[in-house]
Every structure is written in structure tokens, then in C-alpha cells.
Write a protein that binds this ligand. Structure first.
Ligand SMILES: [Zn+2]
Length: 254
């Protein structure tokens, strides 16, 4: 079984002691590609460095809503001059922690959407307790390729994004909140979702509570397979194909 971890933060200090081992182990244990996601200037640069060091790691760049106040558009544009960048993200709104003022979060979110459209790059959304504003802002610009990372278990949101042709990505949450996610996973069309760890966070069962690692995507796939009454291999195949098409991964390797 081969699969893609479409959202990880392997640059975080959690991996400082054994990053190379964690990555080697991932590629030995089913991971085909990893997309390492930036959250501000430094982490975006670190994502790019990882993508340069490892053929099978891709990078995204962007300012997370927590870091909206440090947004620097000139730096973002400079970073985009790198061929292994596969998306702008993670960007969006976080009204749960509100680490930046909401008006600044919105302004920085909109600016980055415009750049993604201009550069023809997919967008990775971070949306926490901000569904209405996220949707309203997205609909204003109507980008074609959007994925809601760590998709929430709110059923009505599913149709609001799929009707726009957008995608959802599932983390380890689906393994420990299986009941909450059951209908979403059962009903989401096969061509509309990916899988991700959000490592080091959201470690799936049976390793919940420990540090996450890309190879644990396997457990997310197994849960989805069980709910959709398909084999894990089928779900791995579907999600790999979806992610490769969405992020144009094989094209970026040419
Ligand atoms: Zn993340």
C-alpha cells in the first residue's frame, strides 16, 4: 500500500533529534510523497529546504492566521520562485485561538488567495470556528483548487465545499472521532478527499498521545476504508491519485 501525507510539519523542533530517521522510515513504510506545510516566513523556508534535500518531499508556503501579523508579501513572492512549491498554505482564519486580530487575519487571507490565483497554485485552508467568513471570502475570489485541511466534522460544510469543486483532507481525528465523521466519510465523493497527518499533531489511534509520523496515514486510510466499505488499498489508491492531480506532484518532479 502506498499513500501520500498531504500535510505535515516535519520542520518543527519535535523532529530535531531524529528528522532524517523519521523521513527514511516514512518512505520505507508506505509513504510515497510528503507535503511539508509552511505557516510563516521561517517555516516556509524550512519547508523549501526539506523539499530540496528529499526528492519525495514537496513544500508549501504561506502565513497561518496565527502569524498573520508578520505577513510579508515581498518575502512570499520571493519564496514562490521555487519549483517544488505545490500550494499556498496553510492560510485561513482561526477564531478559536484568535492569536491575531480577526481583521488582520482576513486581510492577510485575502491577499494570499489573490497570489495563489495569480500564480495558479492550489490553496490549503486552515479554518477553525470560522466557516462562514472563510466561505464568504473564498466565494469572493472563487479559486479553483482549494482543500480544507483537517476537515471539521460538521456535515453541512461538506456540501458547501464539494459543490464548489473543492476538497477535504482528513487527519487522525477520524480514527478517534469515528462516530462524528461517519456520515461525512460515507457520503464524500471519491474524487474529493485526501489524507494527511498534520504531524506532529493529531496522532491517530492506536498511537494517540504520541508524536505523529507520516507513515501513520495508514491508520487514517484504514478507518476511511472501513466506513466506505472499501479495501485500504483502494482508499490509498484513490487518495494518492486525487492528491497527485490536485497538487500536480508528478509534474513538479520533471
Ligand atoms: Zn498544519
Amino acid at each position: 500500500m502506498q499513500f501520500i501525507d498531504t500535510h505535515a510539519h516535519l520542520n518543527f523542533s519535535d523532529y530535531d533529534k531524529d528528522r532524517d530517521e523519521i523521513i527514511a522510515s516514512a518512505f520505507k513504510n508506505g509513504v510515497k510523497y510528503i507535503i511539508n506545510v509552511g505557516t510563516d516566513l521561517n517555516t516556509s523556508k524550512e519547508s523549501i529546504s526539506l523539499s530540496k534535500k528529499y526528492d519525495r518531499i514537496f513544500a508549501t508556503v504561506g502565513w497561518h492566521p496565527h502569524d498573520a501579523e508578520s505577513y510579508d508579501e515581498n518575502e512570499l513572492l520571493k519564496l514562490l520562485d521555487n519549483k517544488k512549491i505545490v500550494a499556498i498554505g496553510e492560510i485561513g482564519l482561526d477564531y478559536y485561538r484568535n492569536l491575531s486580530p480577526q481583521n488582520i487575519q482576513k486581510e492577510v487571507f485575502e491577499k494570499q488567495i489573490k497570489i495563489a490565483i495569480d500564480k495558479n497554485l492550489p490553496i490549503i485552508i486552515h479554518d477553525r470556528n470560522a466557516h462562514n467568513d472563510v466561505l464568504e471570502i473564498l466565494k469572493k475570489y472563487n479559486p479553483k483548487k482549494v482543500v480544507f485541511h483537517c476537515f471539521s466534522s460538521e456535515y453541512s460544510l461538506l456540501w458547501k465545499i464539494t459543490e464548489k469543486g473543492w476538497h477535504a483532507s482528513f487527519t487522525g481525528s477520524v480514527t478517534f472521532k469515528k462516530g462524528e465523521y461517519y456520515s461525512i466519510i460515507k457520503d464524500i465523493p471519491d474524487d474529493r478527499f485526501f489524507v494527511e497527518t498534520d504531524a506532529p499533531f493529531l496522532t491517530p489511534k492506536p498511537f494517540r498521545g504520541k508524536r505523529n509520523r507520516p507513515e501513520y496515514v495508514r491508520f487514517i486510510i484504514e478507518t476511511i476504508a472501513e466506513i466506505k466499505q472499501k479495501t485500504p488499498n483502494e482508499i490509498a489508491g484513490i487518495t494518492t491519485q486525487n492528491a497527485e492531480k490536485f497538487f500536480l506532484l508528478t509534474k513538479k518532479l520533471d
